[in-house]
Design a protein around this ligand. Sequence first.
Ligand code: AGP
Length: 613
Amino acid sequence: MCGIVGYIGDQQAYPIVISGLKRLEYRGYDSAGLCLNNGHLRVFKSMGKVSDLENFIGDQDVQATAGMGHTRWATHGEPSDRNAHPHASADGDLVLIHNGIIENYAALKELLIGKGYTFIGETDTEVLVNFIHYVKEINQYKLEEAIRTALREVVGAFAIVVMSRTESNKMVVAKMGSPLVIGLGSDEYFIASDATPFLNYTKKAIYLEDGEMAVVHRRKGVRVSTIASSKTVEAPIHQLKMDLESIERGGYAHFMLKEIYEQPKAIQDTFRGRLLPDEGVIRMEGLDQIKDQLLKADRILIIACGTSWHSGLVGEYLLEDLARIPVEVEYASEFRYRNPIIRATDVVIAVSQSGETADTLAAVKLAKAAGATIFGICNVVGSSIARETHAGAYTHAGPEIGVASTKAFTAQVTVLTLMALYLGRANGNLSEERYRALCLELAEIPGKIATMLETDGQTIAIAKKIKEYSNALYLGRGYSFPVALEGALKLKEISYIHAEGYPAAEMKHGPIALIDDNMPVIVIAPKNGHYDKIVSNVQEVHARKGYIIAIINTDDTEIRKVAKHVIDILPSSECFSPLLTTIPLQLLSYHVAVLRGCNVDQPRNLAKSVTVE
Ligand code: AGP
């Protein structure tokens, strides 16, 4: 998720663009850049935050009444000056900024190289601007038609702004899968990922729809058309009512809630280019690079902290179940100091949203020094842990602002699921038939999550009932055990209610002594795996007058009989159930925390990334 800003009118563009980029830094902040057009296209870009770009520009000449800027969240190509946007065509005639992922950029790059194009960076965006240039030159098109024709060949998500040295009185924008809004001032126009950069200048806006594009002309105004046709489209003009903060949160009350609701897209983006269900194939370059080590490994070590450790635990169940590879999951903080046995045949998977967690980074360095092969699952491209690994697969969840990790967790589980299927097929433990069936079912998960998010009413009602309790117990078996741990962590870290996750069968070895009606017992019990066993565990709790809240399938009648409250989840194969059962637990913890008046996005004593011991 990146931030894009554009301006064309009578004011100086630079102050509007640079302040607009600062408003969008919550969308991504590993590098930034801008282009000013006063008949000459001048590009400035640098690693780091927008303030670093500002310092880099210093007192250079920034006179121009048209300009655009970009703050980056890297998906292709490490964060660096040369990978920062804007990107220019080889001859400097076109400059483009982009938010999204071009899936077929490799094929386009190969075509362009064959036509004599050369590239400076590794980004998909640089390919896109040169592809538009190629189409423009070979057909002698004007800018708008060149963009329209080129985008018909592009596969992926994009929100782009293009400026041209030869057509300097206009900007051309296009949208597919990433947001783009046009602010309508009086003889001046604004372009942005959301309205925050121009809300102080105008409250009139056009929200482009997928497949639409527009020419924003200094004097002629805005003309909306589509990628499919140059025919003008009458786009509705909205009168904005939201305030700045609520726009940054996408209209949600908190970043955490926004990120919970972003999970279908985060998982879809993590699938993108990797899960090809129609072909029944999973493609992961990072795994290809260490395939031999993985297939020869005596064991896989998964090292992480907190929520990432919980996704690692789901990974253990997945990799042993589907790929039959022995797995051990380690708390990084323990692993780094307990003088562990590490073999050169070990493959270590480091899981980290931030890619900066000190304990995980130290544990990775220890394992690497011992000769193990390191595979990273990070959400921040170019982060310290990502740079320490031999190979990896990024979660494309976009920036996660809320301290409580939600979409990063399900995106991590998504990558681990893809890995388990890929390896299970590669080492023959999964038949072609079962592999294809699982790939097809996995592709349906984002849609199921979206459906489940619509039933948030159940969790709000339950949150009102349990918000005053001081303790809670989360129980699960099999794949639901790591989910029980994660649900408990969510509740305790944002509502400050003490919560504990436990393997359901372990109840009789102690925790059952805690059971009374003063402690909600949240049981995760989808009808798969050892469902009959969890029914027995629930009966044990019920027999002792436990306060049962059940996360169960809609056709469950057994547990429904004894539960005080129920949250319905959609069915799935057991191996995919964590992606579904986690959702209501995230929502439940969120609503309890809000009802308790807690600071949901910045809970007390916590930091988003623990970069110190
Ligand atoms: C989870 O909600 C917490 N924010 C915390 O446990 C977090 O998962 C942990 O600090 C690990 O962070 P990382 O994924 O960035 O390494």
